[in-house]
Design a protein around this ligand. Sequence first.
Ligand SMILES: NC(=O)c1ccc[n+]([C@@H]2O[C@H](COP(=O)([O-])OP(=O)(O)OC[C@H]3O[C@@H](n4cnc5c(N)ncnc54)[C@H](O)[C@@H]3O)[C@@H](O)[C@H]2O)c1
Length: 318
Amino acid sequence: MLRVALVGTGGISGAHLPAWKELEGAELVAVCDIRHEKADAAAEKYGAKAYYDLDTMLDEVKPDILDICTPTYLHPEMALKGIRHGCNVLTEKPISLHEKDVDIIYAEAEKYGVHFMVAQVLRFWREYVYLKDVYDKKTYGRLLSGHMRRLGTTPRWSWDNWMTDPERSGMVPFDLHIHDLDFMVYAFGAPKKMECHRAGTPRQDYLHIDYDYDDFFISAEASWFSGDYRFCAEFVFQFEKAVVALEDGVLTVYPEDGKPFTLDGEDAPECGINLPATNAYAEEIRYFADCVANNKPVSIIKPEELKTVLRLIDGFSK
Ligand SMILES: NC(=O)c1ccc[n+]([C@@H]2O[C@H](COP(=O)([O-])OP(=O)(O)OC[C@H]3O[C@@H](n4cnc5c(N)ncnc54)[C@H](O)[C@@H]3O)[C@@H](O)[C@H]2O)c1
């Protein structure tokens, strides 16, 4: 049985904690947050012990897995702390705001003989998995163009407002656009060229980026708008023989010949929002636990890809 401890019981822990709780072969033994009421509430809900300080939790619990769900700027130091305590470490994205940390963390994980993974969840999100699959297999011919967007409202819910502090969150490029850029680098490799347009005020941030590959281009948008804009995460990819689009939570294939169909094989709905049939957060957690339990390498995410992503963001985020 893998003994799991999680640090940072804020927003995203709400996706990790139930996944750990339901995973066979793992036991959620401890949770930690500097906000006592948050740690206590999570501990009670999930039957774990509450801690208010990471060092104390690591010293006392000695977990097999440390899951890091704290604000971005804390990920590198907490990952190193976990690794040096002999824990296998899963950390929320991004690994860091600084490319140099990638080599440091991976080298330390190797030195201590533990597994390390960044929770880049789109790699486990079935609509994105499908997109990569049809690209790899050329199911609909060559890729010609793509558009990815991830638009939402400026987060006002984070602890200590860390998300709207550029030094602690890196703002829209590191917090939001990194999902799509990480997927692009994973699925299509590093783009050859990029051009970024960025506009905003201290209260909002909008990016439009064109990424050029040899045979196709991908344009991307990401935003935190100051108004209460409805969150959307969508894409439209044009292949030679079909368009593959994720809109309103539904992946639809529009073939050149034949009727549009959804990922579930149904006729395309005219409208409506479907929830994903699989929970990508649970999938990434299951994958990492399996790597740890069976001593398999974390092959789905490579440090070179993480470095490429941080280097690209560095190019347009200053
Ligand atoms: N994969 C995704 O879809 C996704 C979605 C949202 C957030 N995230 C990532 O998850 C991370 C956390 O984001 P969030 O939205 O949950 O933020 P949040 O502010 O809601 O939660 C962070 C929690 O960490 C706690 N914390 C702060 N410092 C601490 C410390 N030193 N020790 C222990 N606990 C501490 C805070 O009290 C808070 O409860 C970020 O890095 C973010 O990029 C990922």
